[in-house]
Design a protein around this ligand. Structure first.
Ligand code: MLT
Length: 408
């Protein structure tokens, strides 16, 4: 008799952004004339760059001719892309990462969700709270999170490291609950959802902690392109020792607009070993068994990001969204909100007014202003009473949303 994975039965409700989308559609069905502005899910709105489009056309033409057609590619990704990444994203920052330490994937969501495959179920997992829900839900599905308690919004098998207004939404090792020692630590900087960043000192503390506790850091750097402050590290590997204790995830979604195209990469240094076993080898085995590679033409488009024209065009996209984030941040401040993020990040994190709960504020924003955001409590219990807006909308919608909020 077949049996299901009972861990799925323990998951509360639906995935956060599915729930937000469901409520948005219900509102539009009930108010077909409403002029709804979506600043909820962090989905980009600008089209792909000319360089990426040219690469996609070129790749399509190659696929149309027998002499240049390509079938299965290397599961780990084509050398042209892995070499370009190693050079531009790491070499040029003084960090040595070899192309065979880079695995091309189809999105940081899949990569961060799948990485758990190579870790034992007995590992104690720590997440910062609030947190990108994929880290929590994928561990719950695997059976590593224990049971969900709706009264606290917590999984009893996970360690929650609170991000609060007191620590500036940058949780550090001092915030790890007393008596808990994580084996695996998810970090995300620039942070989703709070938009905050960690400096060298803060990341060094995490790396030192991981090395002395033989823990592994899973570092999500999907938003690194938004860092404008020269003192903020773009990669965990800018911290000495990180190549012995950290895996890093990057994405082409938020810098180059690949949310619909799908391309990402995971870095697993060969020096990173757990109990003497190389995680690079384990992930290579996992990746080549369960994944047949990101499409060739998509990898060509990703490689275009590293050409001189592609770099400038990609920068243009990031600057556009950063300007949106600034407009939202400044507008909210003017309107009297407590605000975090929106400087080295496309996300703006705000305190709900009058002690409203996150979902009450979501309903209020939708029903009164026709603006969709993301309730902070959807990212974890410490997100209750907060709300996230994104700079990924169009400029016009961003300006109109801020005007509506100011009139609240
Ligand atoms: C978000 O809104 O947090 C992100 O778009 C989700 C994602 O990248 O999967």
């Amino acid at each position: 008799m077949a049996r299901i994975n009972e861990n799925f039965q323990k998951l509360p409700g639906s995935y956060l952004f599915s729930e937000v989308g469901k409520r948005r559609r219900a509102f539009i069905d009930a108010h077909p004339d409403a002029d709804v502005i979506s600043l909820g899910i962090g989905d980009v709105t600008l089209p792909l760059t000319p360089s990426a489009i040219e690469a996609l056309h070129r790749g399509t033409d190659e696929m149309s001719r027998p002499e240049t057609f390509r079938g299965y590619g290397p599961e780990q990704g084509y050398a042209f892309l892995r070499e370009a990444i190693a050079k531009a994203d790491f070499g040029e920052r003084g960090v040595r990462i070899d192309p065979d330490e880079i695995f091309i994937g189809d999105g940081a969501k899949s990569d961060t969700g799948n990485i758990g495959d190579i870790f034992d179920l007995d590992n104690k997992v720590a997440v910062c709270d609030p947190v990108y829900p994929v880290y929590v839900d994928s561990n719950a599905m695997a059976g590593r999170a224990g049971n969900y308690d709706p009264s606290t919004g917590r999984w009893d098998g996970l360690i929650y490291i609170p991000g609060t207004a007191e620590n500036g939404f940058v949780p550090g090792i001092r915030d790890i609950p007393v008596g808990s020692t994580p084996d695996i630590i998810y970090l995300c900087f620039p942070n989703n959802p709070t938009g905050t960043v960690a400096g060298k000192e803060e990341l060094k503390e995490w790396v030192d902690y991981a090395i002395s506790n033989r823990a592994v850091i899973l570092f999500d750097a999907a938003y690194e392109a938004y860092i404008t402050d020269p003192l903020i590290p773009h990669s965990i590997y800018e911290i000495p020792g990180a190549d012995e204790c950290a895996i890093e995830f990057r994405s082409f979604s938020k810098n180059a607009g690949f949310t619909g195209l799908r391309c990402s990469y995971t870095v697993i240094p060969k020096r990173l070993k757990v109990g003497g076993t190389s995680l690079n080898s384990l992930w290579n085995r996992r990746h080549s068994t369960k994944f047949n590679g990101t499409p060739y033409i998509v990898q060509l488009a990703a490689a275009s990001v590293y050409t001189p024209e592609g770099k400038a065009e990609t920068r243009g996209l990031v600057e556009y969204y950063l300007e949106n984030a600034k407009i939202i941040r400044e507008g909210l401040k003017e309107a009297g909100f407590g605000v975090w993020g929106g400087v080295n990040s496309p996300y703006i994190w705000l305190k709900t007014p009058g002690g409203m709960s996150s979902w009450d504020f979501f309903d209020y924003m939708l029903n009164s202003l026709s603006i969709v955001g993301t309730p902070g409590s959807g990212f974890g219990p410490s997100g209750e009473g907060y709300f996230r807006l994104t700079g990924f909308g169009s400029r016009e919608n961003t300006l109109r949303a801020v005007e509506r909020i100011k009139k609240l």
